[in-house]
Write a protein that binds this ligand. Structure first.
Ligand code: SAM
Length: 261
């Protein structure tokens, strides 16, 4: 059994970026489709709270959007800024937490995919974040929020595996999630990376916690932020022609929340 070195994987943005890049084009298309189908504004301003390595920032900026992002990882922000500069794009990237970042009445679209929202570990932080997003959107602007629901009756550990390569760096990522604690609404998650570069193999491990949501818990949260109206739900196939019911049976959901006028 190899020894995995502890590492906050956001301190090594390249490996995160290699793994998550595969979905970028579909997600970008879906964000544009969501804005066209559900937005009630006519501008091109986009906010990405917790923008990470900037893969979606760059993709949208290259399609002509004016993009702003915030994150609390200086490593991720530095990587994102480097990518924007290299590609001769423009974006505003700020080191600020997503539960306090707000820029009133500015954005047509905000988005937060891949369960990133679940890093907000308390109800207060989740409410504060949604209020900040609501304030930051123009009336009629939309927030596209993707997250994985928790089935508290499922006592199995969940595993996902990705394999990807970029310019001589090969990354295998194994993510494991343990059954959630329904009382404190926390689930333990671990990512293990096996990185091969320059003929050497490295093993890294990151452990973190996510706040958990089932259907009712998410409904209760949304009810605390009436400025945002839930208007549509999709799955992680990111197909605008394939809306799904919001009934808790589908565990991977992407909500479209629109700021009330
Ligand atoms: C899974 S990555 C998502 C990055 C990007 N949104 C994407 O889709 O590729 C999660 C990011 O959330 C950031 N993050 C975690 N908690 C945060 C918070 N409270 N405020 C801002 N960023 C946060 C991490 O630093 C990391 O860059």
């Amino acid at each position: 059994m190899p020894k995995y070195q502890p590492l906050n994987w956001y301190d090594a943005p390249l490996y995160y970026d290699i793994i998550f890049d595969e979905g970028t084009r579909d997600e970008t298309n879906f964000l544009e489709d969501s804005l066209a189908a559900h937005g009630r504004t006519d501008g091109w301003h986009v906010l990405e709270p917790a923008c990470g390595s900037g893969r979606l920032v760059a993709a949208l900026a290259s399609r002509g959007y004016t993009v702003a992002g915030c994150d609390i990882s200086e490593h991720m922000l530095r990587y994102a800024r480097g990518r924007i500069k290299r590609r001769k794009l423009r974006a505003t990237l700020l080191n600020e937490p997503m539960q306090t970042f707000a820029q009133p009445d500015t954005f047509d679209l905000a988005h937060c995919l891949v369960s990133t929202f679940k890093y907000l570990l308390t109800e207060d932080d989740a409410v504060s974040h949604l209020r900040c997003v609501a304030r930051s959107l123009k009336p009629g602007g939309i927030y596209v929020l993707g997250l994985h629901f928790t089935d508290y009756d499922d006592d199995r550990t969940n595993r996902e595996r990705w394999v990807a390569r970029r310019r001589g760096v090969h990354v295998v990522c194994n993510i494991q999630g343990w059954p959630a604690d329904q009382r404190n609404r926390l689930e333990r998650v671990r990512s293990r990376l096996i990185v091969t570069r320059s003929g050497e193999m490295h093993h890294y491990e990151t452990n973190w916690q996510f706040r958990t949501y089932n259907l009712q818990q998410l409904r209760d949260l949304l009810a605390k932020v009436p400025a945002l109206e839930h208007i549509a739900t999709y799955g992680f196939d990111h197909r605008i022609d394939n809306p799904v019911p919001f009934d808790g049976r589908q565990l991977d959901v992407v909500l479209i929340l629109r700021r009330r006028s």
